[in-house]
Every structure is written in C-alpha cells, then in structure tokens.
Design a protein around this ligand. Sequence first.
Ligand code: F6P
Length: 604
Amino acid sequence: MTPEKPITELINPKSNNIDVANPLEIVEILEDCDSEIFKGWQSYPNLYSERIQRNLDNIVEITVNILKNSSKNSIILSGCGTSGRLAFLIARTFNEKLKKLGLTPCCDYLIAGGDIALFTSQESGEDDPINGKDLLIKAGKGKKKVLFIGITCGLSAPFVAGQLDYCMQRLDKFIPVVIGFNPSALARNIIIENWHKTFLNVMEELLSLEGSKKGFIINPVVGPEPITGSSRMKSGTATKLILESIFIAALSRITGQKIIAQLILNSYETVYNDLYSEKQKISKVVKLAGESLKSGGSIYYIGYDSLGIMGMIDASECRPTYGASLDDVRGFLSNGFKNLRNKDGSLSHVGKHFRISIEEFNSDILPYLKSEDLVVLLVKDNEYLPDSNLMSKSCKKVLFVVNDKHDGMLPSNQDVFIHIKVTINSSEIIQLISKPIYEEYKQVYLELATKWFLNSLSTGAHIMKGKVYQNIMIDLKPSNNKLFHRAIHILQNFNGLTAEECIEYLLRSIYEADVLNEDQLTSPIASHIQVAATKNMVIPTALAASLIKCSIKEAKEKIDEEPVLRTVFLQTLKFAKSKYFFAQICENYKPKSIKMYPINYLKV
Ligand code: F6P
C-alpha cells in the first residue's frame, strides 16, 4: 500500500530512539539506516531495480553523445540546499576530468539562492520556479544540446519544477532528468505559489517521456531519513552515487574502458563497510562534538580539496536542520575560493562566514580557540602539517584520515590529535570496476567516507545537544514552503490537534501574537516564511503554547528557562498530559498517520 506521505518525509522506525541513544548506538542506527541506500526499502524500486538501471544506462548513453561535442553541448546539474551543493561538487569534479581528457569542460551547476547558498542556507530560493527557469535559460544559452539533471530528493522543489517544465517545452534542445527518492505518485501535489502547476503535474509529464527516451526519472526509494525529512543524509548520499555512476560510466566509455553504472554503484558498498567498521572511533568523535556544542563551543572542519568541500556541505545544513547558528559548525578549505572554483569567484567580502580558507581560519579563529571547541582535520594523506599554534591550543582535535593504504600514512608528530583512519578496500573495488578506473576516480570514494563520517558527527552532536526528540528535529526553521508544511506536521505529531489549529499556533509563534490580525491570517505562506526566517525557536514555541495552552510569551519564557530543548519538550509533554489528560499525548506517543494536505485556509 502506498503511504499518504512522501517516503522522504516519513518517520524511520529504525531511528525512533536515536535521541536517547549513546554515541556508539547513534552511529549504529545511522549505519542501519544507511544500509537502506543499497538494500532499498520495503518492496519499492531501489537503486538496482530494472527500470532505474535501464534509465541510468540510457542517460549514460546520452551523456556520452553530449560529451562527444562538449564544446557545443552542456550538462546542467541543478538543485536546492544540499542537492544544489552536490550538483556543484559533481560538476566541479567532472569538469576537471574532462579537461584532463582534452575535452571542453561542459558541466555546469545551478543552486537556488546562487553561490552564497553553497555554504550558507538560502532556503527561500527553493520556492521560485520562475527564477529556476530563468537561470536555466541563461545557463543553456548558445548550447546545442543540454542534458538537464534536476535534483530534488523529495520530488518537491519548485525551483527544479520550473526548470523541468521549461525543458519539456524545448525538447529539441533539452533532455530533462529528475533525481529524487519517492515514487512519482508521491511527488508534491500542492499548487506552487505564483505558478500554475504542482510538482506532481510536472512528474506526470516527465513520466510520459520515458518511453520515447526524451526524459527520465531516477527515483529509487532509499527509505525514510534517520532524522525525519533530513534529505542531506541518505538522499544526499544516494544523489552523489547516482550522479558519479553516470559520469564515470560515460567517461570510461570515452576512454575505451566500458563499465556499466550498476557496477560503480555496487562498488560504493565497500566504502560503507570500511567506514562503519570504524564506528567505535567515530562514536568517540561524536561524543566530543556533542560535548562541544553542549558547552557552547564550535566545531570547525578543515579539509583538503574536495574533503574540505564535504566539510562545508555538512556544516551548511546544520542551520536549517537544527536551528544552529552559523558559528556552531563551520567548514574551511585549503586555498579557499581558488580551490572551490565556484562560478561567482571569491565571496569572502560578503561576511565572516564566507571567509573559508585555512589561512582565514588561522587568522580569524585559531587565536581565539577555546577548550570547548573542536577542530576536525579531514585529510587523505600526509598533506597537512597543522599550524604549530593549533597543536598548542587546548581545544579538542581530531584527525580524520581516509585513504586506501594500510601502512602508516598519518602525519608524524601529531599525537595531540585523536586519530581516525579509514582504509578503503581498493582491491574489492578494483575487482568491480578495474584498476585504471579506480585510480582515476579514487577521490569520490574518499569523499563518500568523509560524508558519512561528518553526517554522523554533526547529527550525533545535535542529538546530544538535545535538538532532536525521538527522530524529529524539533527546532527546524520554517524557512520555505516545504519546511513550513513540515513544521505543521511536526506540531500535529506531538499535540494531536487539527492541521488548522496547528497552523494557528505556528502563525502565533511566527508573529509573536496571541490574537492574529486579518493580515496575518490571510497573507500567503511566502510572507509567513519571511517573518519566520528572522525568528528563533518558532516550532518549539508553537508546540509549548499548543500543549500548555498558554500565551506565546509564557511559552517563550518556558523555553528560555531550560537550555536543552529536548528537556523542555519532555517537560511540556508531561505537563500537558497531567493537566489536560490528553490521552494521545505521552512520552511514548507514536505519531499517527496524518493526512498531509490540504490545509484549507492557507493561501498559496
Ligand atoms: O528546504 C531545505 C532542504 O530540505 C534542505 O535541507 C535540502 O538540502 C534541500 O531542502 C533540498 O531538498 P530537495 O532535494 O528535496 O529539493
């Protein structure tokens, strides 16, 4: 039976108790959830299903043809949030490979909100299909053929919907592909603000093109996320694997070493085993990271080349996911923007959070490091000799080394660091994809191990800080349409009220008013989001007010009294239970199935 909600928004039963798990158990739960990337979920089509594989093979074929005339054609990858960041990373990687082969680098990326969204969240850009389309038109200008790959894990982003829709009107030039992780029928079916279609409408049209190979949907089901709705995790990982498999398969054909996408996908399972075999050590770092955040410290990732980019991607999602501040988790990259090679070039003038080089870390952060802070170095070999000032600082220090050699590649004289060494079993991968291909693309395996490591670290740290209840992020920022709706469902899950009642509490919290005026009640969601973006603790406040039946001011006071959000939340639930005898509200309350849409009086 198809669930009512998109699978990417469902609660994963495997991680229901992640909030009360110890660091090792947290990593084990994440390992278990990640296994669904390869095993699939229930009886839904997975990565290896016949339709998905057939579509991948067709896309590889198209990619090869595009690349044969790479000076006239292009491949445009596009998405919002982490999906856009992965689009950037993959375009960057494969442009380098094309250059090496003497071909014109023809991979391009688009990200909602532009280049500043590469490492700070710009969630509202996701809601704009017109801007998505305009950017695509600009990027495709002068090109003969364009393979467009839109990434939207939830099959929901209006930014991508506008682009796919445009491609379908120009099939002479564009080949549209969407990557997402829900069955097509569960694509978002809400009218998009200022537009005439829903994502589902776009999907139906795209589906009708598959037979004639003019458009494709790559939508294996990888199961619900370990932290509900946090698509940066499993869906993000699966996105990376799918895109790389397409490009590696296509480039290997061009160099005469034919390899199919499926084998490349298989080869990533080795990295999964190698990384999680170090779970004991990973859990030690999770513990340190949690202690840092709990005691008001920050976490800094410092990484070399694309491992540094993995750090920046991981850090960027902490704000929308956990209501973290931009200083809680930050990423730094060797040679900063020179190395990033983004379209807009250096953005370091935009503000302190855009100063991303290691030199900037050394000047802006290092002198002020406190014992509560955690610095995590991400390296693949002996490439980094940490600044001697860092060695002498009292902060916590971790050295994460990932490579494929068993012999000691750890930098010497680094005993002040907690070491984690992950060794990729290259011979297993070589058996699947051959030595030359592995040697050429080794970097993508190192990145994958780094992604899993960092996702564990930042997720575990925020859980330890009390930002998660059961497996739901209770302090998510309702900063775009999708997140606004997710906020309503979070409230419903815990207070058992109707959608209309939850909307009212949410709006009260956003506008900090116990009585909403006509304007506040009737403005479109886009306006609510704008105001919400400027506020903190919107969902916890709404939740406390709805459970205790108190004013917004009282709810805020309650939250301010207790620094750990999860504790406030538990206390509030207990209080509400004893006071109002809400039978359905108790600590073990399991969310019931909630009808997702429509919410009648919300204007779109
Ligand atoms: O809206 C926020 C967010 O959920 C990010 O966390 C995520 O990376 C982004 O949207 C993209 O979502 P999707 O890939 O489903 O469009």
